[in-house]
Design a protein around this ligand. Structure first.
Ligand code: G3P
Ligand code: CA
Length: 296
């Protein structure tokens, strides 16, 4: 059995805190337990995918943030999860005749007018949908790391090259960033493969739970397999980690979206390398043996 699976099995049986497996991701945060990634920023506490959510993650001491990248009508890359602006902005009020309010049908200037914070709480009124450039600038300011998701790449032909161009312009493709501070992920297999082909030094992640029989092909161009946590098992995680990725290291597993301490301990017990969560403080504490909600 893989050494990491042995450690995970022991931990799961004991029901204790996770014994840390060695991995590139875990080396990058230096502590025990899986890497904790703030999903859409610290999105339980601040409006998702805004600069405020990045700030909140930094305030909590969280190194890694995840985001979602899409493209406006005039070609600007912006950070927002849904294809429509409706749920997380006031677009219906500002542009009442533009249903279904899809990101790709609005210019960057139009999107910059929208309030992306009030839906979450009055304290965040006036927060904006950030451009990717603004977003990576804020992540850099906090010395954080970025798990960047290219969202719905089938809607945005060429978005892989454009994303890498912004990252390059912002200084995120130098050795220091690509070796430990950046992963580009997507649900799109072709998207992940394209990112790898365009910039082989960049670490990549494939979202989903592909069949183990497909992993030899995927390990040619992805460094991570990132599944929904409720699709996982100890056997699946160790099967993924038995493959070697394009940078000569075992494939990693970052599981999403884990918001409860008990789920986090179970998922950590499978030996995952990272956990993506809206409540990064809770999950960090749960997976490092520190009480956060009275369950530890
Ligand atoms: O990072 C994993 C997770 O973000 C994928 O799902 O829908 O939240 O983008 P979603
Ligand atoms: Ca995402």
């Amino acid at each position: 059995m893989h050494a990491r699976a042995v450690a995970a099995t022991t931990t799961a049986l004991l029901g204790a805190a996770l014994l840390a497996p060695a991995s590139l991701a875990q080396a990058s945060h230096g502590g025990p337990g899986p890497v904790v990634v703030a999903h859409r920023g610290a999105s339980a506490y601040a409006p998702e995918n805004t600069l405020a959510a990045v700030d909140k993650a930094a305030e909590l001491g969280i190194d890694w943030v995840e985001n979602d990248v899409q493209r406006t009508k005039d070609g600007e890359l912006v950070v927002i999860h849904d294809e429509s602006l409706r749920r997380t902005t006031d677009v219906e009020e500002v542009f009442p005749d533009r249903a279904p309010w899809n990101v790709k049908d609005f210019t960057a200037a139009e999107i910059a007018r929208l309030d992306a914070g009030s839906w979450f709480g009055a304290a965040y009124a006036g927060a904006r949908v950030p451009t990717l450039e603004q977003y990576v600038g804020r992540v850099e300011r906090h010395h954080q790391k970025l798990l960047l998701e290219i969202k719905s790449p089938e809607l945005y032909p060429g978005i892989e090259r454009e994303t890498l161009k912004v990252l390059g312009n912002e200084g995120w493709l130098d050795r220091r960033h690509v070796s430990g501070r950046l992963v580009v992920q997507s649900f799109g297999v072709d998207c992940v493969r394209t990112v790898h082909e365009l910039k082989p030094a960049v670490r990549t992640g494939l979202l989903g739970t592909p069949r183990v029989s497909d992993l030899p092909a995927y390990a040619e161009f992805t460094d991570q397999i990132n599944p929904s946590y409720d699709s996982l098992s100890l056997g699946y995680v160790s099967a993924v980690q038995a493959f070697t990725g394009p940078h000569g290291r075992p494939l990693e597993v970052f599981a999403w979206t884990v918001d409860e301490a008990a789920d986090a301990r179970l998922t950590a017990g499978y030996g995952v390398d990272g956990i993506i969560t809206n409540r990064p403080d809770v999950i960090r504490d749960a997976t490092r043996g520190e009480a956060s909600d009275g369950e530890v």
